[in-house]
Design a binder for this molecule. Sequence first.
Ligand SMILES: Nc1ncnc2c1ncn2[C@@H]1O[C@H](COP(=O)(O)OP(=O)(O)OP(=O)(O)O)[C@@H](O)[C@H]1O
Ligand code: SF4
Ligand SMILES: [Mg+2]
Length: 338
Amino acid sequence: MTALLELRNCSKVYKSGFFSPKVTVALDDFSLTIDEANPTITAVVGESGSGKSTLGSLLMGFIGPTTGQVFYRGKDMTTLSGAEHWQFRQDVQAIFQDPFAAYNPFYTVDHVLTVPIRKFGLARNKEEAREKMGDALRKVGLRPEEILGRYPHQLSGGQRQRIIVARAMLLKPKIIVADEPVSMVDASLRATILESIYTLHKELGVSVLYITHDLTTAYHVSNQIVVLYKGSVMEGGEVSNVVKQPQHPYTRLLIDSIPWPDVSLQWGKEPVIKDDGSSPTTTTGCKFASRCPHVMPKCREAAPTFFEVNPQQASACYLSESSPALAKSDLHRVLNKA
Ligand SMILES: Nc1ncnc2c1ncn2[C@@H]1O[C@H](COP(=O)(O)OP(=O)(O)OP(=O)(O)O)[C@@H](O)[C@H]1O
Ligand code: SF4
Ligand SMILES: [Mg+2]
């Protein structure tokens, strides 16, 4: 079956600086498949600079990979026709961290809803458009009569973000890339917004890529999880497997540094070793070696591949090498079982 969206062995390298250019490998040989028939919520977690937004931008088609390919409905993104690109724009929608950026301050908030309705021909007349806008707003817990006709600065951050979720609902996309969608809203509203995104997934069968540095919400919302470190996947699989029995020392470190209020999880305390501050560049061996309490000589010689620790979990660490090896491009096999 053809995947809806697929990243195949994608790397993204940034060069910055004029006299002595600095090379940053923001994403390193990354593969992911999103199927239409099996909608999922995939959390992508990792520290700042691990490549999460770069991955989101690749999926949204905002940037192209330095090496590797992105396929939409089986076709290389660089070869899409005008009509296919139009379909892609409707199928793949974004929800970003800062909802304010999606608004034009000179227009009322109605604008972010009426433009896509017009652009994608979603209503036959003004009345139908108004009805659809009202339905979408009510679905995300907003009262249309309180929202429509106002300017963006007259609403709260949480209301602005919920309107963006309502816009995504209107377009009935197949995939939503949500990059830190709740990190700028009040804690009390986070659950409401994540719930709206979850409703989109459940009711409309939308796949969601939930990009976050917050493992707690990732655990509660998603089915599967990908843990990124300096552009590489350290561990991936079904979310409760990975969170309750993390196999990779980096995942353990991430989990051990979180105060979990309501989940009783058992794992050994990992010593917290601070990041050496280096940016992701090309390295031989395991990228986590300089922080890893279990580092072995071979870790510095060659990067480990994935090891399938169970049918729903893979870890890129030599500590799991007694499990069957899995090619990097085959991570989706483990993820899609989640
Ligand atoms: N346009 C760019 N030019 C140069 N380097 C970049 C560019 N965009 C991102 N980077 C670098 O690529 C790496 C990955 O960045 P990215 O924004 O994908 O990380 P992130 O995981 O989203 O981080 P955060 O949690 O802070 O949002 C970082 O080292 C970043 O500095
Ligand atoms: S491969 Fe080695 S350095 Fe990397 S996480 Fe595993 S034990 Fe640590
Ligand atoms: Mg980011």
